[in-house]
Design a protein around this ligand. Structure first.
Ligand code: GLP
Length: 251
């Protein structure tokens, strides 16, 4: 596992964008995109490189990690909409090349299984961007989730609903269910890139990287993956400071 600790948020954005750019420039690539606030600076940096440095996503395709159940695609907070307004609509990544689970499918469990199979049929994800929830979730895999789960319908933890209420008008408007790639599905991506910023993530990040591998901390599955890059700012990395980890260095 490579851990990069950056002093500035801009450094986190550049570092994440560097990894993604390497894949995008290497040819036809399947990206795993995450929503949430953590990757947004990296998406902005990639958009800048697209506009100013000829970085083209024309040969890329993408799969989203998760989606709220009950929100139509047209809802501004559906992840279908969010990833388009934050990233996809600003680059030359074809809209039709970006897939996500349908949050308003009549049979959500069948939709989850269909989506899992679609990722597999596409040959899997080459590089997966991940955020981390303050409770250690990745995607929407909440504490207690089996470490080998497939894409499934899940129930959001109350803490997650509270964390995400800032994107909605009120807590009541935050859906209570999701479709999320499972931990087993996420682990099949060739390369996992976890982005963590802010003090609110420090405990979860320390538990994920230094704690026991356990369903109580879904992000601890990263320890079981052979190709992981963690990119964090100093605040999120506060619990990681050990003998060999210092800001501005990799460990
Ligand atoms: C959300 C998303 C995750 C995201 C995480 C952290 O609920 N489902 O994919 O990584 O929680 O979000 P943020 O980056 O906004 O802190």
């Amino acid at each position: 596992m490579e851990i990069r600790i950056e002093r500035q948020l801009s450094g986190v954005a550049v570092s994440v964008a560097d990894v993604i750019e390497g894949y995008v420039r290497s040819g036809a690539v399947t990206l795993g995109l995450a929503t949430g606030s953590s990757p947004i600076p990296a998406y902005r940096e990639l958009i800048r490189r697209h506009r100013e440095e000829d970085l083209s996503f024309a040969r890329a395709r993408a799969f989203l990690l998760d989606e709220y159940v009950g929100l139509p695609r047209s809802h501004p907070q559906s992840y279908y909409s969010v990833i388009r307004s934050d990233f996809v609509s600003h680059v030359d990544l074809a809209d039709s090349a970006v897939q996500s689970p349908s949050g308003d499918a009549v049979d959500a469990a069948a939709e989850a299984a269909r989506y899992d199979a679609a990722i597999h049929a596409a040959g899997g994800v080459d590089v997966q961007i991940l955020g981390i929830g303050s409770n250690g979730h990745i995607g929407f895999n909440e504490p207690g989730e089996p470490l080998d789960s497939r894409t499934h319908v899940g129930v959001l933890a109350e803490r997650t609903r509270q964390d995400n209420a800032r994107f909605f008008g009120s807590l009541e408007e935050v859906p209570s269910q999701c479709i999320t790639q499972g931990l087993g599905t996420i682990r099949e991506a060739h390369h996992l890139v976890l982005v963590a910023t802010g003090a609110r993530k420090a405990d979860a990040l320390a538990a994920a990287l230094h704690g026991e591998v356990t369903p109580d901390c879904p992000a601890s599955v990263l320890q079981l993956h052979a190709n992981v890059t963690v990119i964090a700012d100093e605040a999120a990395a506060a619990g990681l400071y050990g003998a060999e980890i210092r800001a501005g260095q990799t460990a």
